[in-house]
Design a protein around this ligand. Structure first.
Ligand SMILES: [Zn+2]
Length: 231
């Protein structure tokens, strides 16, 4: 029965090779990368929008500050007429301070509007990329489907052989094999090499060895591949 299972695995390797070829094809890679990108778009958009909200809030605060400074400036300008020397000196000092504050504020406003321009450029880029990735997704999906279809006959032929072989293998073992077939590791069945699993090299204890002799085929405790002792 183990011979049949090994034969099954040998033919299954051809099927696995086709599956691997499909997974590693440019068509699949392009499709997968488009899907991956498109999944992140909503989050990127939300991040940009939240940044834009914060920038606009900061801008409104600066503009309010600027308005207040302008009011202050107008107030001082009204005092100017007919003031005595001490007042004039005070006004001059105050006016210098105001000029400094204006210049700092203008700098902040200009920096903020630059940030906004950059953010908008980011947003436009995101939209452009999204459009091209949508096109790539559609195109590569179709190409991948065509490629998959082109392998259908070959796969059918192999599956027919496998089905025939499976009839002579116990259903429990077949089920275990097919369960492991879902993950990428292949082959699945290994002969014991002395007392060691030949997949991972782990040495079996006396108890495990005795159990394996009794059940014929078992799972390696370390690598979970199926192991057997050659009769
Ligand atoms: Zn192992």
């Amino acid at each position: 029965m183990i011979d049949k299972l090994l034969k099954y695995q040998q033919i299954d390797a051809d099927l696995k090779a086709i599956e691997t070829e499909l997974r590693q094809s440019d068509e699949f890679k392009k499709y997968a990368s488009a899907v991956k990108f498109l999944k992140t778009v909503a989050e990127s958009k939300a991040q940009i929008e939240s940044k834009a909200g914060a920038l606009m809030g900061a801008m409104a605060a600066l503009e309010e500050k600027l308005g207040k400074l302008n009011e202050e400036k107008a107030e001082f300008a009204a005092w100017d007429e007919g003031a005595d020397e001490a007042t004039l000196a005070y006004l001059k000092k105050k006016s210098n301070e105001l000029a400094k504050q204006f210049s700092a504020l203008e700098g902040e406003i200009s920096k903020l509007s630059q940030d906004m321009t950059e953010l908008y450029a980011q947003y436009k880029k995101l939209m452009t990329n999204t459009k091209s990735m949508l096109a790539q997704q559609e195109e590569s999906k179709k190409a991948y489907e065509d490629l998959t279809k082109s392998k259908d006959d070959q796969k059918k032929k192999i599956k027919k052989q496998l089905d025939a072989l499976a009839k002579d293998i116990s259903p429990e073992i077949m089920q275990k094999y097919l369960e492991k077939r879902k993950d990428p590791k292949f082959p699945i069945v290994y002969e014991l090499s002395g007392r060691h699993c030949s997949a991972c090299g782990t040495e079996l204890s006396q108890l495990e060895l005795a159990n394996l002799k009794a059940v014929k085929i078992a799972e390696c405790e370390n690598c979970r591949r199926l192991i057997f002792i050659k009769e």
